[in-house]
Design a protein around this ligand. Sequence first.
Ligand SMILES: Cc1cc2nc3c(=O)[nH]c(=O)nc-3n(C[C@H](O)[C@H](O)[C@H](O)COP(=O)(O)O)c2cc1C
Length: 365
Amino acid sequence: MPASLLAPFRLRDVEFRNRLGLPPMSQYSAVPGEHAATSWHLHHYATRALGVGTVIVEATAISREALVTPHDLGIWTDDQQDSLAAVAEVISDGGAVPALQLSHGGRKGSRTRPWDGDRWLRPDEGGWEVIGPSPIPFASGYPVPRPAGRRDIDRVLYDFQRAARRAAAAGFRMLELHAGHGRLLHSFLSPVANQRSDHYGASFDNRARLLLETVSAVRGAWPHRFPLAVRLSCDDYEPGGWTLPDTLRLAPLLARAGVDLIDCTSGGIRRPQTRRPAPGYQVQYAAAVRKTGVATAAVGLINDMRHAGTVIDAGHADLVLMGRRLLVDPALPLRAVGAEDAGLVPRQYQRALQTVPASDFLPEL
Ligand SMILES: Cc1cc2nc3c(=O)[nH]c(=O)nc-3n(C[C@H](O)[C@H](O)[C@H](O)COP(=O)(O)O)c2cc1C
């Protein structure tokens, strides 16, 4: 593992042992109606915590209405909170900072999970009403969202705040607000989805209002000593959509409101999307945002340690998140050159290093 990747990193009072992390990746493995973490989540997150600096637990709904699928995790009941406390504990035991992504699905909600067809779940099948900024569906085959009114917005702010309090009580030490990939907070930012003419639409300031209010609400409930991250789709790749200059204008406002890290992703405001991802395609966003003075995470087709190291060395990001690669190859950080010296290989596994040669990178997936 390149030395730069192994360097510790600090946000507020939280120390990350290195610069590699797992991005949030939905497992769609909760029981419908319960939305608590299961043995799958415990196994999955415990395994991924080995060797990385942080594990960001998947998009977790702040309320029932905020779900995307009936199999999503949630954090609005005591049982859900207790189940997530067990997840935070196994991640901490593995040496990584346990982080949780909070989400409201907005107009992407009421769907079946990917392997159940990824289709609209109608009300007569147990689906639910979805809200959005304007009555514009995410794509054909998606429901028309009900435009959020004042009471809906107050409810969203309250639910995010309550979820933040529960996340702290569950033992998470970093929180990420999902404001990308077309979910509610992103849909308010983007003119593609937001055509309101009130306080929450039209101008840049108005479109940014819901996210900034959410950050303030959450910051008030989330311990001061713990970092707050926001995941942003830095570019919609759509004519008339949210752009990188918009992101660069928003980043200092987020930082001033108490955001410590911007996790830079892109796209997802509607389907179909024509942009084809290439290795490291979103690093440019992390690099540009970092120049505004806020720490960033780079993510997206960064599949080996050497590539991850170059992103850190070049000063493009403070953290590199490796997703799909670590789904199928969770031991990759343990096999990296330098991992043993850095104390990343658990004692129980050290004999494996005598027979499995360490390698600093593997072929691209
Ligand atoms: C199975 C799967 C589930 C995902 N779920 C989420 C999610 O819950 N929240 C989110 O912000 N991004 C989600 N993503 C996007 C990832 O966090 C990441 O940004 C993306 O996979 C690109 O990184 P990679 O090329 O290293 O996989 C998901 C991706 C995958 C493959």
